[in-house]
Design a protein around this ligand. Structure first.
Ligand code: ADP
Length: 143
């Protein structure tokens, strides 16, 4: 059975609100297997590199400031159709537009501070996973 991976980050607002446990529980109950996970604090440079595609956007400075404002929890998740299923699970970027019952609808305050990241393609998922984790930090590679 083909297994796909996606990269998520429980963003600094998720950690500040004490929601690591609740969101992680929902991720697992939705069928995603955690194969790598860490608590870390991004520097502005690391946050900027991660969101490099948005460097010219007006919200880039705000985004980098927010993502480096406190600890966050990157994870690599495995599931069939992981990228698309996880995007559906977290909801639209703007929580006001997110479907009922999604993570962003339930917990996010604004389009900027929206609790959680999910990769938008298999290619980006692989790049983003490598941005945060070495091979030896991914348990599925050690089985
Ligand atoms: P997603 O995270 O849903 O893939 P994008 O890739 O479009 O969304 O944007 C990346 C992140 O940048 C968003 O999750 C959000 O934190 C921030 N962002 C996007 N659009 C805006 C905006 N208009 N104002 C402030 N922050 C934004």
């Amino acid at each position: 059975m083909a297994t796909n991976r996606t990269l998520t980050i429980l963003k600094p607002d998720c950690v500040k609100k004490g929601l690591i446990g609740e969101v992680t529980k929902r991720i697992q109950e939705a069928g995603f297997k955690i194969v790598a996970m860490k608590l870390t604090r991004l520097t502005e440079a690391t946050a900027g590199g991660f969101y490099d595609v948005h460097r010219e956007r007006p919200f880039f400075g705000e985004l980098v400031e927010f993502m480096s404002s406190g600890p966050c929890v990157p994870m690599i998740l495995e599931k069939d159709n992981a990228v698309a299923d996880f995007r559906a699970f977290i909801g639209a970027t703007n929580p006001a537009e997110a479907d009922e019952g999604t993570i962003r609808a339930d917990f996010a305050d604004s389009v900027g501070e929206n609790i959680i990241h999910g990769s938008d393609s298999d290619e980006n998922a692989a790049m983003e996973a490598a941005y945060f984790f070495s091979q030896s930090e991914v348990v599925a590679n050690l089985d």
